[in-house]
Design a protein. Structure first.
Length: 200
């Protein structure tokens, strides 16, 4: 199998730490920490990068997985991802993007490969710069409450204590699911993750 690029979306800066829109950053930070990887700042690609070399004994065989957190702010995520993907000649089919999705209930995760941006500015930027065909690893942060709240205010807000507890409890599930995508591909991950509720 070819090498992979895995991007987690979010906004840089302390003022955005802990916001719903930064779920992608949190998932990649958790994965990198579990693997003992170190982030390095890349001005060229406007991102924090970590390299994961998978040994031949694992299901996908020997390969390199590049983890990235774009630092362009959410609305320009595609510019950073496209830059790194182009440099490494990584096609959309070998790119996985981890991001928050308010159309999915908090605690759940779903995997898809095609579709619209669904109102997510980071995904819209990826579609504009990278084209469709990348794997979408969607972390549920919904539903939007109260319903009348502005979408931007909701995603840039922070979880309630109870919501944060649920999110933290699901971190292992999120990482296991992401490893499933990386090791076995989107199709198998969709079969296992999209049909099975896993909220405690």
């Amino acid at each position: 199998m070819s090498n992979l690029l895995v991007a987690g979306l979010g906004n840089p800066g302390r003022e955005y730490d802990g916001t719903r829109h930064n779920a992608g950053f949190v998932i990649l930070d958790t994965l990198a920490r579990s693997l003992g990887l170190t982030w390095e700042r890349s001005r060229r690609f406007e991102a924090d990068l970590a390299r994961w070399d998978i040994s031949p004994g694992l299901p996908a065989g020997p390969r390199t997985v590049l983890l990235m957190k774009p630092l362009t702010f959410m609305n320009e995520s595609g510019r950073s991802v496209q830059s790194l993907a182009s440099f490494h000649r990584t096609p959309p089919a070998d790119t996985v993007v981890v991001y928050d999705d308010l159309n999915i209930a908090l605690g759940l995760v779903k995997v898809s490969v095609t579709g619209s941006a669904g109102g997510h500015n980071g995904v819209a930027s990826l579609l504009a710069h990278l084209a469709d065909g990348f794997t979408r690893y969607r972390i549920g942060i919904g539903p939007k409450e109260p319903p009348e709240i502005d979408m931007a205010d909701f995603v840039l807000g922070r979880f309630t204590p109870a919501q944060q507890t649920l999110f933290n409890q699901q971190l292992d599930h999120y990482i296991t699911g992401l490893r499933l995508v990386i090791d076995h591909g989107a199709a198998q991950a969709m079969n296992l993750l999209n049909r099975r509720p896993s909220v405690p």
